[in-house]
Ligand binder design. Structure first.
Ligand SMILES: Cc1ncc(COP(=O)(O)O)c(C=O)c1O
Length: 388
């Protein structure tokens, strides 16, 4: 056991603020009683401000994948034509869920590291149809790329105005700019263990009036993940099934913290930590996976040089208290990823850079002590407008 608290730099679950951890230890309440109704209503009101929506926001006790599944089964029918735009492992997963439930899925895949292109999406939509839905990923955690959702949604609206736009915003919403209503998004899914600084266990789903119309005729089989049942229960301050009450206690505290920090300041902090990680890793000689124009401010992926063994490298990082993530799918053993979302500060990133420097020095690689830390700090200061 490591007696020092590790610097948990994976793209979720994130570390938790102390007050959030403590909130999870509270005594239970009756989830069919008035205390729970007050709690859930307060959480939903606050979530709406972060989702930037007037639409319904529902809380589903499930991993993010459950939120995605609820988005598919609640609004679609077997045989519906769906365009799944995928730029990585999580886009592929969203497409797979739709396929498993019998949608007629056309996949538009991009080279990993690249963002989706609005013109190509419009082209694919024009070539087929009629489309019931388009699946998009806001922030592809496996490749550390943030898609231009506003532009992609505009392209969908122009080419296939009747298609519902379903967005996996699990690893970006609450950390980087996002506009559910202004961008005309029908269904938006996020997950508690990401920008929201709470334990895993809840997903949040925003649903537009247009999507509710689709729900009324949707025929995919569903039970636990029926969002219409969640809406009916939420109207009386409840959930259809026993919710993860402890995680909701945590979320209540975390949302208050986020409200105090304010959304523009949260976005600024993520811009700073994203810039810091990218600059530090490049100074250490790592090549980044993401197209720089679409690099994510919540996670960064870097190629492992061929002569750097992932297991040995990761083992040394862990001994020094830095926990990073490996690659997923085809990128397993080829890249590593650093998460920088939610409960994250620039000093936590500088610590990560110091550990990376020491590890690489231990592995006899040519690294100048302090260089990555300095580059990361300068990049963060520039992002904050505090350095030229
Ligand atoms: C973009 C994205 N989509 C979906 C998921 C799946 O979420 P969960 O692991 O909570 O099911 C993740 C988790 O990392 C994610 O980052």
């Amino acid at each position: 056991m490591n007696r020092f608290e590790p610097n948990l730099r994976i793209p979720g679950p994130t570390s938790l603020p102390d007050a959030v951890r403590e909130a999870g230890a509270r005594q239970m309440v009756n989830h069919r009683g008035p205390e729970f109704a007050v709690l859930q209503n307060r959480i939903i009101d606050r979530l709406k401000t972060f989702f930037k929506t007037q639409n319904d926001v529902l809380i589903v006790t499930a991993a993010g994948t459950g939120g995605l599944e609820s988005a598919i089964v609640s609004f679609l029918s077997p045989g519906d034509k769906v365009l799944a735009v995928t730029i990585g492992a999580f886009g592929d997963r969203f497409a797979k869920i739709a396929t498993v439930y019998g949608a007629d899925v056309t996949k538009q895949s991009y080279e990993w590291g690249k963002a989706a292109e609005p013109a190509k999406v419009a082209e694919a939509l024009a070539a087929g149809g009629p489309w019931k839905a388009v699946l998009l990923t806001q922030n592809e955690t496996s490749t550390a790329v943030t898609n231009p959702i506003a532009e992609l949604a505009a392209a969908v609206k122009a080419a296939a105005p009747d298609a519902l736009i379903l967005v996996d915003a699990i690893s970006g919403l609450g950390a980087v700019p996002f506009e559910t209503d202004a961008w005309g998004l029908d269904v938006v899914v996020s997950g508690s263990q990401k920008a929201w600084m709470v334990a895993p266990g809840l997903s949040f789903v925003a649903v537009s009036p247009r999507a509710w119309e689709a729900a009324a005729v949707a025929k995919m089989p569903k039970f636990y993940f029926d969002l219409a049942a969640h809406k009916t229960s939420a109207e009386s301050g409840q959930t259809p099934w026993t919710p993860a009450v402890a995680v909701m206690f945590q979320l209540d505290v975390a949302l208050e913290m986020m409200e105090q920090e304010t959304l523009p300041e949260i976005w600024k902090r993520h811009t700073a930590v994203g810039a810091a990680v990218r600059a530090g890793l490049q100074t250490l000689g790592f090549k980044l996976l993401a197209d720089p124009a679409f690099a994510s401010d919540t996670v960064t992926g870097a190629w492992l040089p061929e002569d750097l063994d992932w297991k040995a490298f990761n083992g040394k990082l862990r001994k020094l208290g830095l926990v990073v993530a490996g690659g997923q799918g085809a990128l397993k053993g080829k890249i590593f990823r650093i998460g920088h979302l939610g409960h994250v500060t620039v000093p936590a990133i500088l610590n990560a850079m110091a550990v990376l420097e020491q590890t690489l020095i231990e592995l006899d690689r040519p690294v100048k002590p302090g260089a990555a830390v300095e580059a990361a700090q300068v990049a963060a200061l520039r992002a904050l407008g505090l350095a030229k």
